[in-house]
Ligand binder design. Structure first.
Ligand SMILES: Cc1ncc(COP(=O)(O)O)c(C=O)c1O
Length: 416
């Protein structure tokens, strides 16, 4: 057998759609300046699929800070991993400022959120420990757990009753192994927009002995009175033992960080393998992140504008009978009932006839018969964009209900 056999026999869960979907549904090219309107297939489209929540991606101060830092430092500096030769006072400054912002004693930078998350989990647990996690955990959490030699127990998404059962099981187990329990949830769930029930999870700390770790990729910068995250939203920063944020979303950059008490961060600094054995974040990323963080702190109007757009979009869609599930965050999922074929037609219709570009998810990622169109509002959208989109979605809903998205429909609307 040749390891390459699978290339033809099993291209993978996403790879199997490459032939029909590549360039349109998968790996589409969005061109032009990052904004509410961008080019797709050479045409201007209203884009609702970027996690540029606060509009920082193209903010003039951010662009200038990035460019100045690149001119001064280049992309290479510092060379090497932090532990060897890649440590600078700017990395430390960013860590101090991030820790302050999220109300923690210390933080440590991660050269990508994903790898960082994998290594935080890997470092925090050993074979005697048990991980208890939400069934909708992001891929980076799942991959982190794949390195775990001990047990892991999953609870159905946000089902706190079941979480309690898993904690009972986990407690029985660690009583025999002598290990501990790590509970992992997301702050904001990136597909459905609902929040990890941090208040109810924290309440279980009275009954069970565990540490709580949250992945707040979508909450950092968007949730809480100051934008410090979903735990700030719940007023529970002291109860969340480990906080993870990425720069890839509200910060519109690359990298991430983990924040916690000093001794926890020190332990992670010395034990996160993806950080010890990989190159440090380049200086423009660090200086650029300092600028972004400054804007997060000093320009609350960015978050206020984001929420104006979020509220207008979500209210408008709901008023038109669209089902947004349980979102409580900027992430705006529109759930429709339909087949994968209909989902495809809807995407074509939205993109080609309405010039609206949003992400679409269907079976097998979500249950058969459901279609999820995911909209990400940002502070660079306008209320006109919202109105236009709400009207378009109301029409799409009607067409779907009238069975207008028949098999042949896409062929009529595909543009060359
Ligand atoms: C919930 C969640 N965690 C972690 C990540 C990974 O972060 P990064 O893009 O910084 O690697 C993402 C996506 O980017 C995410 O949505």
């Amino acid at each position: 057998m040749d390891v390459f056999n699978k290339i033809t026999t099993n291209p993978g869960p996403i790879g199997k759609y490459a032939e029909q979907g590549e360039g349109y549904f998968i790996f589409p090219k969005l061109e032009g300046e990052i904004s509410n309107f961008m080019l797709f297939g050479g045409k201007k489209r209203l884009v609702w699929s970027l996690n540029n929540y606060l509009g920082l991606a193209n903010h003039p101060e951010v662009r200038k800070a990035d460019a100045d830092a690149a001119a001064e430092w280049g992309m290479a500096y510092p060379m090497g991993a932090r532990a060897m030769s890649g440590h600078t006072k700017y990395h430390e400054q960013l860590e101090r400022e991030l820790a302050d912002f999220v109300g923690r004693e210390a933080s440590y930078l991660l050269n990508y959120g994903y790898q960082g998350m994998v290594s935080i989990i890997n470092a925090m647990v050993d074979r005697n420990d048990v991980i208890v996690y939400d069934s909708e955990a992001h891929a980076c959490i799942i991959d982190g757990m794949r390195l775990h030699f001990g047990k892991r127990f999953v609870y159905p998404h946000n089902n706190i009753e079941n979480l309690e059962k898993q904690l009972e099981r986990a407690t029985r187990l660690v009583n025999t192994t002598g290990g501990g329990i790590l509970v992992i949830t997301e702050g904001v769930y990136g597909m459905s927009g609902d929040l990890g029930k941090l208040d109810e999870i924290v309440a279980l700390k009275k009954k069970f002995n565990f540490r709580l770790f949250i992945d707040d990729a979508h909450g950092f910068g968007t949730m809480g009175p100051t934008g410090a995250g979903t735990d700030e939203h719940f007023g529970l920063q002291d109860e969340v033992d480990i906080y993870f944020g990425t720069f890839a979303k509200a910060m519109a950059g690359i990298g991430g960080f983990v924040a916690a008490k000093k001794e926890v961060v020190k332990f992670l600094q010395y034990n996160m393998r993806s950080q010890i054995f990989a190159k440090a974040l380049p200086m423009p990323m660090v200086i650029g992140a300092l600028k972004r963080l400054e804007l997060l702190r000093t320009k609350p109007e960015l978050k206020e504008k984001l929420w104006t757009i979020v509220n207008a979009l979500q209210d408008g869609l709901r008023k038109n009978g669209l089902n947004l599930g349980n979102t409580q965050s900027p992430v705006t999922p529109v759930f429709l009932n339909g087949t994968v074929a209909e989902a495809t037609q809807i995407t074509y219709d939205l993109r080609e006839n309405y010039n609206i570009f949003c992400s679409i998810v269907a079976y097998p990622v979500i249950p058969k018969g459901l279609i999820l169109l995911r909209l990400i509002p940002t502070s660079v959208h306008t209320l006109d964009d919202v109105q236009y989109t709400v009207d378009a979605f109301a029409k799409v809903k009607r067409k779907l209900e009238n069975h207008e998205y028949s098999e042949g429909f896409a062929k009529k609307i595909i543009v060359e």
